[in-house]
Design a protein around this ligand. Structure first.
Ligand code: MN
Ligand code: MN
Length: 482
């Protein structure tokens, strides 16, 4: 089957739209590297587009009607947005879903230590990574420290050009003869992903020296050697953020690649950046949701956390948050019943969007050319994902795929179909099957990515644009299937 290159659809003028959408996206992922940052920005954009907070509407017993727009945030890490349709919600919704967490290094609960005059933060990596890719790079710290008084201290270090960056070291090639013989999975071990954050000892004040002597009898020169570099880091954190070492116990700090995403390729047709998985689907889903006014069917966008570690927990797709939020919306529509909720969910259509593996000519052996996703091929649909005989996959029905194909073709959206690699080359899962449990129609879709789960991933700008156009068309035109 021939599929056209999406770039050929656009003349010079139309290409400007492709590039300007990509530029907005590039800025979004440069600013929003964690799920919390994505939710915060999504709320800003939603409010600008006229969405109101569902909790406020519940408190005021606001009646919802067609055309109304509400959003609900789940613990600052997931968000659901609804635009009420003209049809009864029991007829089902058109839902876009994507995840906003990305692989990274999370700082441990008791992280700060000193070794031979260097201060480190100990980490536990989050999501599936090739650990050796995460060393010798400029890294930033994003997150927050939650204090006992209930206040949160937000921390971002490494993004402003005047900020320092941090990072993880690697062994010099001159001494790496043993390391180079190791298997890729152990070249860099998880416990070696320690982030270097300081090397300068604190200057002890005279009275502090006296106290040292009084406390444990150690001489002040020993004390100056012992943990003085760690003490300096703590002193800086105290001064800048007013936090203590104990406060790390209730912190969520993530180490991510520092700096903005960049245009990629001499022709600037691609973007290289951190976290395309899955912001390259989350962002166009969000923008499509914000743009679709007064739809026939209620349109929904859900952006969730924890996909990279199994969609578990209170903020992952497995949580009851989405179901509960649907119940609240139906209640404000004045028609809540358990049956109405079940019907609304089971009559829904969903595009579960997550990144696909882009065919990479440097590594042809893992792909089967006729069923791979290509840069420039447009929005990707995966009928199924899974591994070893489709295990764990939501296998979308032929009837639903036919309906989705029609929506895409009618709106002139370039799309392609794909599997994640050759049969038995590996595999992966998404959030699709979790929504499939409600009996709704779900198909995996998304954007092709090179270097998936590496610190810097790559996408094609035209694929991003086709995804956005496809999502708009889906929200407007996907119909209830019999
Ligand atoms: Mn993903
Ligand atoms: Mn992933």
């Amino acid at each position: 089957m021939e599929r056209k290159d999406a770039w050929n659809k656009y003349g010079d003028n139309a290409k400007k739209k492709v590039f300007s959408f990509a530029e907005d996206y590039r800025e979004f992922i440069s600013k929003c590297k964690t799920e919390r940052e994505c939710v915060k920005e999504a709320v800003v954009l939603a409010r600008k587009a006229g969405f109101i907070d569902l909790n406020g509407a519940i408190a005021k017993k606001t009646k919802l009607k067609a055309g109304d727009k509400v959003y609900a945030v789940n613990k600052g890490k997931a968000i659901a947005l609804f635009t009420i349709g003209k049809d009864s919600i029991e007829e089902g919704m058109n839902i876009l879903g994507a995840h906003i967490d990305s692989p990274r290094l999370d700082i441990k609960q008791n992280p700060l230590y000193e070794d031979t005059g260097l201060a480190f933060l100990d980490t536990h990596y989050y999501g599936g990574i090739k650990k050796y890719q995460w060393v010798t790079l400029p890294m930033a710290i994003h997150g927050l420290v939650s204090l006992k008084n209930g206040k949160n201290v937000e921390i971002t270090i490494g993004e402003d050009m005047s900020d320092p960056v941090v990072g993880v070291s690697d062994l010099l090639i001159h001494l790496a003869s043993k390391q180079m013989e190791k298997k890729g999975s152990t070249v860099v071990e998880g416990e070696a992903l320690n982030v270097l954050v300081g090397s300068m000892p604190i200057k002890k004040k005279a009275d502090a020296k006296k106290a040292d002597k009084a406390n444990d009898g150690a001489d002040s020169k020993d004390m100056a050697m012992r943990e003085a570099v760690k003490a300096k880091v703590l002193a800086i954190l105290k001064k800048k953020y007013n936090i203590e070492e104990e406060d790390f116990l209730s912190a969520e700090l993530c180490v991510v690649p520092a700096g903005p995403a960049r245009d990629y390729g001499i022709d600037q047709s691609m973007i290289m950046g951190y976290g395309h998985d899955d912001k390259v689907c989350a962002y166009p889903s969000l923008i499509a949701q914000l743009e679709v006014k007064a739809p026939k069917r209620t349109s929904v966008c859900i952006l969730v956390d924890k996909e990279e570690i199994g969609s578990v927990g209170a903020t992952g797709m497995h949580s009851k948050f989405f179901e509960n939020t649907c119940a609240e919306v139906i209640a404000l529509l004045g028609s809540y019943s358990d049956l109405a909720l079940r019907r609304a969910l089971s009559n829904s259509n969903m595009l579960s969007s997550d990144v696909s593996a882009a065919y990479d000519p440097n590594y042809p052996s893992v792909s089967e050319k006729n069923n791979s996703a290509y840069f420039g091929g447009g929005l990707v649909f995966n009928k199924y994902t899974g591994a070893r005989g489709k295990s764990g996959s939501n296998d979308a029905s032929a009837e639903y795929l036919a309906a989705v194909r029609k929506v895409m073709d009618d709106a002139d959206v370039a799309f392609q179909t794909s599997e994640l690699g050759k049969v038995d080359a590996g595999g992966g899962g998404t959030i699709a099957y979790i929504l499939g449990n409600y009996g709704m129609n779900v198909v995996d879709s998304g954007v092709a990515v090179q270097n998936m789960h590496a610190p810097y991933e790559v996408i094609s700008k035209v694929d991003l644009y086709e995804a956005y156009k496809g999502y708009v068309a889906f929200l407007k035109n996907a119909k209830k299937l019999d």
